[in-house]
Each structure stands twice: as structure tokens, then as C-alpha cells.
Design a protein around this ligand. Structure first.
Ligand code: NAD
Length: 366
């Protein structure tokens, strides 16, 4: 008999997961979303096999339930779940970007039929909603699992199997480890990126040309500020305590930099920048433990039609597979840099040799 998978919230993340699970044999995907248009579209496209209207009925029918709603809504559903009378076991997971309160809610369950393993597929987009969903969203992305007190390794393995089509790589962390690491590498940088955009906006009145200068580096480091503000409001408030403590650290760090400048301490400034560069340059780029890394090449390209195609065409002709590609900086008439990521160092080295033979300037990231 088919395993029944209920996915609640068919937006960017839930829709993308549904596209993968519905491809798997032996699974029946039931979708539930407060937005009727989303539900109808997913049903019409075969991304879900059944549309549900009633939460309680759908939960009773399901074997697995995936909560892919905004975090505060997910917590409400977790509270509601423990009041439902279930005739069969239900494995529940979520996709929330912050785990503390989600796990607190699930850990309180006393229901014998319920088990919970938290999940966070670490891939996204600045777009939102079902139209932005795509089956390959999680390819090569890290998918963090945070088991609750009601789960053993068996449930986590069931989820890995359920989402095997996504091409994501699974890692298991405690809730605290997850929230601290994502605060450092994702939530706090987002806060800083938004503040930099506000600062540039403030200067725009006196310097109207600022927006034309804000290409390249500024756009790169502030790109994340374009993401869905509602989602980030939720993330900031869910991870509020950690962010407050990081903000305090950041403010004292800025006071230190302020001191270098106000006291004209050029040696202190140089040391500060040099220490940061050394740490940044020393960050691991190769595989460490279970965390996968890519092997990058930087290729100079000129701003003319077909420039990117020439590079990619050479690699395609040699049957070399590319995992990611990004234009780091390109302004009119000026050389830009193409960052190409490969899954293995062999592909990286072979591509470098091939492109250099064809007169491209290439730098390999060690
Ligand atoms: N967007 C990202 O980059 C990203 C990455 C990883 C994890 N997440 C997590 O994924 C979750 C969803 O984010 P998203 O980007 O997919 O958002 P989204 O806005 O694209 O999708 C949310 C969906 O939930 C539906 N929904 C809202 N309230 C509902 C309710 N009460 N009942 C049923 N459906 C409801 C909405 O109609 C929408 O279809 C969040 O918890 C977020 O933390 C987001």
C-alpha cells in the first residue's frame, strides 16, 4: 500500500519537496495550503495527488506529515497535532529555518502515535510561493535533521529515504548547534546586509548616482537583503536571543574599529584587516567531515556576446559536469569573473588545463 505523505504549505520549500516526493514510487502526496489557487495549481500539475481541505482529516489519513509553513504557523500546527486522536503512527517533520521553539513544541508531546524529526533544507531563493518552487532546489544542498526526544535513528532514516530524490545531503545536529551555526552564517549576515542597504539608501538623497556605483561588491554582499521580508521577520524573532547577543558582540567590534580610526591607529587598522584576511583565506574549501564542498575555478571573461557560452561550451564538449556557476562581477565593457564549481578536483584541474589551452585566464581556488 502507498505511503501517504501530507505536505502542509506548498510554497517555495513545500512545493519543491512535493515535486520530488510525488516522483517516488509507492507514495501518495496529499497537499494542504490555505491558498486555494496554490492547491489547485499543484493538483493540476500532478505535484500532489490529492488536495486536502481539513487539517484533522488529512492528518488522520497520513503516515508522514511535512510542515512547510512559516515557523510560527508550524508551531501552531504542532500544538494542534497532539489533540488529534490518531489510529496509526504519524511521523512529523518540518522545514523551519530556526529550530528551538519548534523542537520545544514537539518535545512536549505525550501522544503515543506521534514522532518528530526536525528538518531544514538549506537552500532557498529570494522568491516565494508555489510559482517559485522547483524540483532541483535542493540538489547538493545541506539538509539538516534535528531529531526530537520522540525519535530514534529509524525515523531520520525514513525521512532521508523520503527526500532521496532531492539530491540533498543530510547532516544531523542538535537544535542548539543548528540554531547557533545558522545564526552565525545566515541570520546575522542577513541582518548586516539589510543594514548596509539602509545605509546606502540614506546616502542616496545627497548622492543620486550611488545606485549606479552600487554594482559588483556591494550587490554581492547585500544580495540576501532581497529575500522575503516576512520569512526573515519570522526567522529574526524565532532566533531573537542569539541575534541579540551577536548584535552586542558586533557593536563592541565596531567600537574597536571606530577606536582605530578616531585615534589614527594605522598599524591597528592594518592588523585588524590582515587578521580578517588570514582567517577568511584559511576557511576550508575542501571536504571536511560530512560537509561537502565544491572545487572552484575563476575564469576572466569579457563583456561581449557569447563570452559565457565559449567557456561553458568547451567544458560541455569535454563532457565535464558543472555543479554551479556564478558571475561575480561584470560591468559594461569591463572584465568579469565567472566562478564555476565542480564536484571533484579532477574535473577542476582538467577544466583549468582545457581553458588555459584556449587562452582563458583561469585561477584555481586551492
Ligand atoms: N525561503 C527560504 O529560503 C527557506 C529556506 C529553508 C527553509 N525555509 C523555511 O520554509 C518555511 C516556508 O518558507 P517558504 O519560503 O516556502 O515560504 P512560502 O511563502 O513560499 O510558502 C509558505 C506556504 O505556506 C502556506 N501557508 C501559510 N499559512 C498557512 C496555514 N495556516 N495553513 C496552510 N498553509 C499555509 C502559504 O500559502 C504558502 O503556500 C519557513 O518555515 C522557512 O523558515 C525557507
Amino acid at each position: 500500500m502507498a505511503e501517504k505523505v501530507l505536505i502542509i504549505g506548498l510554497g517555495l520549500i513545500g512545493g519543491s519537496l512535493a515535486m520530488n516526493v510525488s516522483k517516488k514510487e509507492g507514495h501518495l502526496v496529499i497537499g494542504l495550503d490555505q491558498d486555494e489557487k496554490t492547491l489547485n495549481m499543484a493538483l493540476k500539475q500532478g505535484v500532489i495527488h490529492q488536495a486536502a481541505k481539513d487539517f484533522e482529516e488529512a492528518v488522520k489519513e497520513a503516515d508522514i506529515c511535512v510542515l512547510a509553513t512559516p515557523i510560527s504557523v508550524t508551531i501552531e500546527y504542532l500544538h494542534a497535532l497532539q489533540k488529534i486522536e490518531l489510529d496509526k503512527p504519524l511521523l512529523v517533520t518540518d522545514v523551519s529555518s530556526v529550530k528551538k521553539r519548534v523542537l520545544e513544541a514537539a518535545d512536549q508531546w505525550k501522544h503515543p502515535m506521534l514522532s518528530f524529526v526536525g528538518g531544514h533544507p538549506m537552500a532557498g531563493s529570494h522568491k516565494q510561493g508555489y510559482p517559485a518552487a522547483k524540483p532541483h532546489l535542493f540538489e547538493n544542498a545541506i539538509y539538516v535533521l534535528t531529531p526530537s526526544v520522540h525519535a530514534n535513528g529509524e525515523e531520520a532514516n525514513r525521512l532521508k529515504e523520503l527526500f532521496s530524490e532531492t539530491g540533498a545531503r543530510f547532516l544531523t545536529f542538535t537544535t542548539r548547534e543548528h540554531d547557533e551555526m545558522t545564526a552565525v552564517i545566515s541570520h546575522f549576515p542577513h541582518l548586516i546586509a539589510s543594514s548596509l542597504v539602509h545605509q546606502a539608501k540614506g546616502w542616496q538623497d545627497t548622492h543620486p548616482s550611488i545606485e549606479h556605483l552600487a554594482a559588483g561588491g556591494f550587490k554581492d554582499i547585500t544580495r540576501i537583503a532581497s529575500s522575503n521580508p516576512r520569512l526573515w521577520q519570522d526567522i529574526f524573532f524565532q532566533n531573537r536571543e542569539l541575534l541579540l547577543s551577536m548584535l552586542d558582540d558586533w557593536i563592541s567590534e565596531m567600537e574597536k574599529v571606530r577606536g582605530f580610526l578616531s585615534e589614527k591607529d594605522s598599524e591597528g587598522t592594518l592588523k585588524y584587516l590582515t587578521d580578517a584576511k588570514h582567517y577568511r583565506d584559511g576557511l576550508p574549501v575542501k571536504e571536511r567531515g560530512a560537509i561537502p564542498a565544491f572545487y572552484d575555478l575563476y575564469v576572466d571573461i569579457h563583456d561581449k556576446p557569447g563570452a559565457i557560452y565559449q567557456v561553458i561550451g568547451q567544458l560541455a564538449a569535454a563532457d565535464i559536469s558543472i555543479k554551479n556557476i556564478e558571475i561575480l562581477e561584470i560591468r559594461e565593457g569591463i572584465t568579469g569573473v565567472l566562478r564555476i564549481s565542480f564536484a571533484s578536483s579532477e574535473d577542476q584541474v582538467q577544466s583549468k588545463a582545457l581553458l588555459e589551452k584556449n587562452s582563458f585566464e583561469v585561477m584555481l581556488q586551492q
